[in-house]
Write a protein that binds this ligand. Structure first.
Ligand SMILES: CC(C)(COP(=O)(O)OP(=O)(O)OC[C@H]1O[C@@H](n2cnc3c(N)ncnc32)[C@H](O)[C@@H]1O)[C@@H](O)C(=O)NCCC(=O)NCCS
Ligand SMILES: Nc1ncnc2c1ncn2[C@@H]1O[C@H](COP(=O)(O)OP(=O)(O)OP(=O)(O)O)[C@@H](O)[C@H]1O
Length: 202
């Protein structure tokens, strides 16, 4: 079987990485979305739910059987160690499911696989699994405003999440290519994505 080119795509919360991923998909890339996989693991009946209930008790599980996300967000806010305990359950499952999706896309003939991974730089093991890393970068204030506009999070909750993520500098240091997604509209962003599509031979 042929091996597709593997691209890691990352960026801080609100940077615009999922928007860039969608634009790469329009050019024919297959997207493996780690956030979507993470969410599927924590829906009712999700693969991570039995372990989460054992680790955090049934307060972590909503009436519908899915992870109670605001309970977990608040717990992590109060007890930073809880984030590590949650990650220890969820991240190994994300690893195996992303690899499974990648192999399926390859079997279907994908030439370029894009791994959309919020924590690519933070969890060091990703770097060896991809051929190149694209970082979507923008000013921190833009990250905050975008995230507040599209979720019900207040500024302190957004800055708290940002503090748990790599810095812009750490992310850029890991990048083969940086897309600076600030002060440009979606049409201009699409032009940027077109220019990296050429670099990627898409
Ligand atoms: C804590 C949880 C329940 C909060 O859920 P919520 O619906 O509020 O946020 P959501 O999942 O949409 O994440 C929003 C953004 O927060 C950031 N984020 C999420 N988890 C983390 C984390 N562990 N560390 C740092 N940033 C994170 C990412 O930028 C992500 O895109 C949820 O984020 C979670 O289950 N996190 C653990 C799994 C994980 O590490 N996911 C991110 C990488 S795939
Ligand atoms: N250049 C832009 N112009 C206008 N809106 C933008 C631009 N880039 C991103 N956005 C908007 O900002 C919001 C955040 O973008 P997106 O969901 O792609 O970010 P993300 O990095 O994937 O975030 P998260 O880590 O939270 O999942 C979305 O509502 C998106 O439409």
């Amino acid at each position: 079987m042929h091996r597709a080119k593997r691209l890691g795509l990352t960026g801080g919360i609100g940077s615009g990485k999922s928007t860039v991923a969608r634009m790469l998909a329009e050019r024919g890339a297959a997207i493996v979305d780690a956030d979507a996989i993470s969410r599927s693991l924590t829906t009712a009946g999700g693969l991570a739910m039995p372990q989460i209930e054992v680790e955090f008790g049934n307060n972590a599980v909503g009436a519908d059987g899915a992870l109670d996300r605001s309970f977990m967000r608040n717990l992590i806010f109060q007890e930073p160690q809880a984030r590590l305990r949650l990650e220890a359950i969820v991240h190994p499952l994300i690893s195996s499911l992303t690899e499974r999706q990648a192999l399926q896309a390859e079997a279907c003939g994908a030439q370029l696989l894009v791994f959309d991974v919020p924590l690519l730089v933070e969890s060091g093991r990703w770097r060896q699994q991809v051929d190149a890393v694209v970082v979507v970068d923008c000013e921190e204030e833009t990250q905050i405003l975008r995230t507040m506009a599209r979720s019900n999070l207040e500024r302190p909750a957004v800055t708290h999440i940002m503090a748990a993520q790599a810095s812009r500098q750490q992310r850029r240091a890991a990048a083969d290519c940086v897309i600076y997604n600030d002060g440009l509209d979606l049409a201009a962003l699409r032009q940027e994505v077109l220019s990296i599509s050429a670099w990627l031979q898409l």
